[in-house]
Design a protein around this ligand. Structure first.
Ligand SMILES: C[S@@+](CC[C@H](N)C(=O)[O-])C[C@H]1O[C@@H](n2cnc3c(N)ncnc32)[C@H](O)[C@@H]1O
Length: 191
């Protein structure tokens, strides 16, 4: 099932809406991170910069074949051999990755799904204890030029409340100007 209101505007416009290096810096995406899984590659806006920073592979999935194709084409840069983009309905079929294998999973601009706990649980399943689910979304407290209806946008406090029963501990709200907030959810070690 395609997440409602998850269609994309034209690529250059979409990519004008983010300060990608700032987002990745504030989320701590750097060379200490190994494998990463991403829900919804879109145009590869984050996929490619993440691949350029980490030590492992970005496994990225999208339900839209045009998005997968675009991301694959952009990743043909020989410096980015570590992008694996595949067509997949992650809501219906999950990531298809083993449990506890990745250092991080990315839920960028997607957590407005009507049953967000399903997404968060799957994002948590595939990361190792101590790994991180990284969430960004459109702010609800300011007017923004894009984004799903305010009524369905997740707020920081809601993300924290969803994460807690899944054994994910939330860091502080991160300001990701101009239009986004972020939160790092760390998977608690097994007791
Ligand atoms: C709003 S876009 C965000 C893309 C990217 N994460 C970004 O922030 O640039 C959401 C993407 O998720 C994809 N998507 C929606 N439902 C999906 C599903 N069930 N499985 C995989 N991808 C999905 C859409 O096709 C779209 O490319």
């Amino acid at each position: 099932m395609k997440v409602p209101d998850s269609g994309m505007p034209e690529e250059a416009y979409w990519e004008s809406l983010f300060d990608v290096p700032l987002v990745l810096d504030r989320l701590g995406v750097d060379g200490t991170v190994r494998d990463v899984a991403e829900f919804g590659c879109g145009y590869g806006t984050f996929t490619l910069p993440v691949a350029g920073r980490i030590a492992g592979t970005v496994f990225t999935y999208d339900i839209d074949p045009l998005m997968v194709e675009r991301t694959r084409r952009r990743a043909k840069d020989p410096r980015l051999p570590n992008v694996q983009a595949a067509l997949r309905d992650v809501i219906a079929d999950g990531f298809g990755l083993p449990a506890d294998g990745c250092d991080a999973s990315l839920l960028f601009n997607i957590l407005h799904f009507p049953d967000p706990q399903v997404l968060l649980a799957e994002a948590a399943r595939i990361i190792r204890p101590g790994g991180r689910v990284l969430v960004i979304h459109w702010r609800s407290d300011i007017p923004t030029p894009r984004g799903p209806d305010i009524a369905v946008r997740p707020r920081y406090e809601q993300v924290c409340a969803l994460a807690d029963p899944l054994g994910l501990s939330a860091g502080p709200a991160l300001d990701l100007p101009p239009w986004h907030f972020g939160v790092v959810l760390t998977k608690e070690p097994r007791r």
